[in-house]
Design a binder for this molecule. Structure first.
Ligand code: FE2
Length: 389
């Protein structure tokens, strides 16, 4: 253990259980019912080209569009889908657009995490009664596809949550969108959103944990402290907020003081504030998925080959071929419930901000704690190349 890590533990972590642990949290508020992730909206400087990247690189299919041709003179959106994951890539036509302001401040990144709900009016009213700030009051629109209701509230930074009730709405993504398809997608068998991670500023973590407890009635599913997630250089603290059914998991990270700049601080510096750090998407066959993604040009973080020499000592017997995993750079971790395989993309835009995780769960319910050391050393090598360590 490095001296800096020892120092951190001595000074700040006395009495804390540094192991991965489920943390019982007092539930003051009844849970705001959420059926799962509905969509993630990404603002992009050139939505047309970003949509191409997500189709050709990640294998999402174009299913919908809103823009000048559909009568939308404010903004443009491409709706992309793979498995149950819906990404909406949105851009602006004019510098006066709020999307232009967001992109000027943060670069391309996640604006909205949409939740499927049974009632977007009640969800909104309950959230506001618990102190949430409104972005958009509930709006119900009837069109030839049915009835669609949505509402929006603020969360960390310039990020928002949209409540979507599409229970009586079919075929189309949303009113003012139209179906649009092409043959660009190179499918990669991505299935569903596993979790979406936020980076917040130092000493802000507890405020956002309280936010998700108070507004949503979520609980702290897991907790990682600086002794779990620290290398010689950088450290972070993380709490995973989740609903009881486990359909929504939102880990939140904050930087922790260390010898050199935390990877979380690098994100906050380049994002110019807090925001979504990564979106984790599941697959049933990570070797096949990551092979295709790599062929499509998606870049991943690599760990040194010696990671694989000791792999079975650490995680025991696994079904996958270790050489396949080593060639692709896929990481493995085991917890009480089984094991998981995971890999992290490099940032998907020029700013070192948003990236993607591909994850295959074989029973494990954690987030790959056993990989943190190897992974963060890999991230630091990249950070050093960028001159940001
Ligand atoms: Fe993750």
């Amino acid at each position: 253990m490095s001296r800096s890590t020892e120092k951190l533990q001595d000074e700040s972590l006395k009495g804390k259980d540094s192991s991965l642990a489920d943390v019982e949290t007092k539930m003051d508020n009844q849970e705001l019912p959420i059926d799962g992730f509905d969509h993630v909206e990404i603002y992009a400087g050139n939505a047309k080209q970003a949509a191409y990247y997500y189709q050709v690189g990640f294998g999402f299919e174009l299913v919908g569009y809103s823009g000048l041709e559909t009568g939308n003179r404010e903004s443009v959106s491409y709706v992309l889908r793979q498995g149950s994951v819906t990404l909406v890539i949105s851009g602006n036509y004019k510098s006066s657009s709020p999307i232009a302001k967001f992109i000027s401040d943060h670069g391309d990144g996640v604006k909205c995490i949409g939740f499927k709900v049974k009632d977007a009016v009640k969800s909104y009213e309950l959230a506001l009664s618990r102190g949430a700030k409104s972005v958009q009051e509930p709006v119900t629109i009837k069109d030839e596809f049915g009835i669609y209701t949505s509402s929006m509230i603020e969360t960390y930074g310039d990020t928002i949550h949209r409540f979507v009730d599409r229970n009586n709405y079919r075929q189309n993504f949303a009113p003012n969108f139209k179906t649009k398809t092409n043959d660009l997608a190179r499918p990669t068998s991505l299935m569903s959103i596993d979790h979406i991670v936020a980076n917040v500023e130092m000493k802000q973590l507890d405020a956002y944990v309280a936010f998700y407890q108070k507004i949503f009635g979520f609980y702290v599913y897991q907790y990682f402290d600086a002794s779990d997630i620290s290398t010689q250089y950088s450290a972070l603290v993380s709490k995973v907020m989740a609903n009881k059914s486990g359909t929504v998991k939102l880990p939140i990270n904050e930087p922790y003081p260390a010898k050199f700049k935390s990877q979380i601080q690098e994100y906050i510096d380049f994002n110019e504030g807090c925001g979504v750090q990564h979106i984790a998407i599941t697959t049933k066959d990570i070797v096949s998925t990551v092979s295709t993604l790599s062929k499509n040009g998606i870049e991943f973080l690599k760990v040194p080959k010696n990671y694989y020499e000791t792999l079975t000592d650490r995680v025991g017997k696994i079904d996958e071929n270790i050489d396949d995993l080593a060639n692709l750079g896929i990481l493995v971790d085991r917890d009480d419930d089984g094991y998981l395989l995971q890999i992290f993309s490099k940032p998907v835009q020029d700013r070192p901000t948003l990236f993607f995780e591909i994850i295959q769960r074989r029973g494990a319910k954690g987030f790959g704690k056993g990989n943190f050391q190897a992974l963060f050393e890999s991230i630091e090598r990249e950070q050093k190349l960028r001159g940001n360590l």
